[in-house]
Write a protein that binds this ligand. Structure first.
Ligand code: IYR
Length: 226
């Protein structure tokens, strides 16, 4: 065991029996396979405490040099949500009107998505995730960050799982380009870059999931053991 001034013993690791490990892995699969991207959200409110807790969970993700190159802007203000919807829909209209290109638009057909983004106003929370190319571990550090995309991707995955575990519906939304989010969120600077917008809240009554989204690749397709 490494036990020096700057290392602590690993005291919070919990070991399970092999049997229990498999049961736990299966239980987690059962939990996570019920997470679906939804586009029909209820306008029921969700407390800030729940969102804050999920963001704190996301921020436990591993990151390059532990620089934690992310910032989360959690939005419930109806005026801000409305601005985001307005800007996103303008971009989506041109995307669906042809800017996306034939192949991309064809790929989206089975999902039935379109330029209407009413959920951006209706859902109680939008979480804008920003990646940071510079920072460091201390609050006012100005060092290079490493593996920024990978780190923020993992943190965003943690966030989605945490929101699902809490009992909320989620959607990843990536209007292209996303620069309008920087301005609206007050993060128009040289460091922050909008990474993704997460929509979260209760699913609306009668919410549905496209059959296409339920089709998961087989283990043979996705995995090789050597
Ligand atoms: N951003 C658009 C288009 C879109 C793109 C992909 I890739 C998706 O998986 C789903 C939608 C939209 O939100 O409609």
């Amino acid at each position: 065991m490494i036990e020096t001034e700057d290392h602590f013993p690993l005291i919070d690791f919990i070991e399970y029996s092999e049997e229990e490990m498999l049961t736990r892995a299966q239980a987690y699969y059962q939990l996570i396979k019920r997470r679906h991207s939804i586009r029909q959200f209820s306008d029921r409110s969700v407390s800030e405490a729940i969102i804050a807790q999920c963001i704190q969970t996301a921020a436990t993700a591993p990151s390059g040099a532990n620089h934690q190159p992310w910032h989360f802007v959690a939005i419930s203000d109806p005026n801000v949500k409305s601005q985001i919807r307005h800007e996103a829909e303008a971009l989506e209209h041109s995307f669906y009107d042809g800017r996306g290109g034939k192949e991309w638009l064809e790929a989206l057909k089975p999902l039935g998505t379109n330029a209407n983004k009413s959920y951006l106003e209706r859902a109680p929370w939008l979480i804008a995730v920003f990646s940071q190319k510079r920072g460091g571990i201390e609050h006012d550090d100005n060092k290079a960050n490493y593996y920024v995309h990978e780190s923020v991707g993992i943190a965003t995955g943690f966030l989605l799982q945490s929101l699902h575990q809490a009992g909320l519906g989620t959607l990843t939304h990536t209007p292209k380009p996303m620069s309008f989010l920087s301005k609206i969120c007050g993060r128009d600077n040289d460091i922050d870059r909008p990474y993704m917008l997460i929509v979260t809240g209760y699913p609306d009554v009668g919410a549905s999931v496209p059959a296409h989204a339920l089709k998961k690749k087989s283990m043979q397709d996705i995995c090789t053991f050597m």
